[in-house]
Design a protein around this ligand. Structure first.
Ligand code: C2O
Ligand code: CU
Length: 467
């Protein structure tokens, strides 16, 4: 279901403002005008995730394109076009929807208390925005986040650019784990002693909610694979066997120059877009593997079908760059941001849930959770100015740190060579110092947090104020 063939892709592109889950893009969707909100609902279902039994209390999003697939739909829209969703909460707890990586209006950012009220059970909220960037993005809740993402609420959002090169096929992969016991039911979502380290890992690993699925792809064709790490904890080291591939985008943004995929580190919240050149011989298998030493695993596979299209990987056309504001480094204002462990007791009861612990801090402050008296911002930024986030990780763990509402340019690192990427998430390694430049061009309060959700929810959160 995640496969979009070239023919379907062309058909889909003919539908103004079309969205849907790959091939499931049904003709009836053409009836919806671009500005008419699409339905998007959070609800509790039963689903089979581990290839054995049915898991109860799975949380998913359903919408116009739902069909039989229990996974949240892959939403599609276009750069510069209006996107609108009427979100209805059918859970039995409050939630919100955050559009990760999209530089949109603050009021649409989906962070309770900071940008919008909680969406209580039975209530709805209208989201509407115009994505300024094409690429691979995602949507997820920002309330009781460990449980809600942990139980399923994480979907892909693809923003197309009409000028994007056309590939022979396209596949979207939503990678994540589940914390299930032997009876296929959810077990405790985290262990405190792991939350104080690299996080609590899942017991069942899936791509598109299936253990190691295999997808057909045209022999000898060029296949665009959009990969999202939606897991709350796991950092992937992705490698391909059986074919060559190029990295064409990271975190939704086209890379400055395409590069061969050797091994790619992709952490929670991040995306990577590959172009894979399928083998010529029918039936050949290409395996996407996670080669983290402790946990090797075939994540998903592609199987060559049909007579070879005989494409060349070198024929891959680059993606059009998304226009970004240029940072002015000569006048950039430094913002020190130290990520550390903490012993401070700051966790407070809140509507969006607390894990009851404070293990982490930014500039020595552990974020206590959503509430009526928010902490002071980490920085007050003047609209239009450039800021240099001087991040320092003084913990022995890696943190995929994520900024809402604006992208940053990766400038330099104390420990490694960095690519000049534009991104919304940076994986900062132990003892690393990194400089990220941000043009403060989007007014509002923007959350800044680690995307290992146990870290986010036990203190490693703050926000920037742009005015
Ligand atoms: Cu993926 Cu605060 O976000
Ligand atoms: Cu972290």
């Amino acid at each position: 279901m995640a496969i979009l063939t070239r023919r379907n892709l062309l058909k889909a592109s003919a539908v103004a403002g079309a969205y849907g889950a790959g091939m499931m893009l049904a003709p009836r969707l053409t009836a919806l005008a671009a500005a008419e909100p699409m339905p998007l609902e959070a609800r509790i279902i039963e689903a089979s995730l581990d290839g054995r039994g049915k898991t109860r209390n799975v949380m998913t999003y359903t919408g116009a394109a739902a069909g039989n697939d229990p996974m949240p739909p892959v939403l599609r829209t276009r750069r510069g076009e209006n996107f609108a969703a009427r979100f209805v909460n059918h859970l039995d707890e409050p939630t919100t929807v955050h559009w990760h990586g999209l530089r949109i209006e603050n009021a649409m950012d989906g962070v309770p208390f900071t940008t919008q009220p909680y969406v209580y059970p039975g209530d709805s909220f209208d989201y509407a925005f115009t994505p300024p960037d094409a690429g691979t993005f995602w949507y997820h809740p920002h309330c009781n986040t460990l449980t809600q993402i942990g139980r399923g609420l994480a979907g892909m959002l693809i923003v197309e650019d009409p000028a994007d090169p056309v590939f022979d096929a396209e596949i979207a992969l939503n990678l994540r784990d589940w914390r299930l016991g032997g009876d296929s039911q959810f077990i405790e979502q985290f262990k405190a002693r792991d939350a104080a380290k690299s996080g609590t890992f899942g017991t069942v690993r899936t791509a598109n909610w299936q253990p190691s699925p295999t997808y057909d792809a045209p022999s000898g064709g060029l296949v665009r694979v959009r990969i999202l790490v939606a897991d709350v904890t796991r950092i992937y080291n992705l490698k391909l066997t059986g074919a060559e591939a190029l990295i064409i985008a990271i975190d939704g943004q086209p890379v400055p120059v395409t590069m061969p995929l050797d091994m790619a580190v992709v952490s929670p919240g991040q995306r990577i877009d590959l172009v894979i050149r399928m083998p010529d011989s029918e039936g050949a298998i290409v395996a996407l593997e996670d080669i983290r030493p402790s946990t090797p695993k075939t994540v998903a596979s592609l199987r060559s079908v049909g007579t070879s299209l005989k494409r060349e990987l070198g024929d891959t056309k680059p993606l059009a760059a998304n226009p970004q504001p240029e940072p002015d480094l000569s006048s950039a204002i430094p913002v020190p941001l130290v990520l550390s462990a903490t012993a401070e007791e700051a966790a407070r009861e809140s509507i969006c849930g607390t894990l009851g612990y404070s293990f982490w801090a930014i500039n020595k402050v552990a974020y206590p959770g959503d509430g009526p008296d928010p902490l002071a911002p980490l920085a007050e930024m003047k609209l239009g100015r450039t800021y240099l986030l001087n991040l320092e990780n003084v913990t022995p763990h890696a943190h995929p740190i994520h900024l809402h509402g604006m992208n940053f340019h990766v400038i330099s690192s104390s420990t490694r060579k960095v690519l000049p990427l534009v991104s919304d998430t940076y994986l900062i390694l132990p003892d690393e110092k990194v400089q990220l430049a941000v043009v403060a061009d989007n007014p509002g309060d923007w959350v800044f947090h680690c995307h290992i959700i146990e870290h986010q929810k036990t203190g490693m959160t703050g926000y920037m104020r742009v005015a």
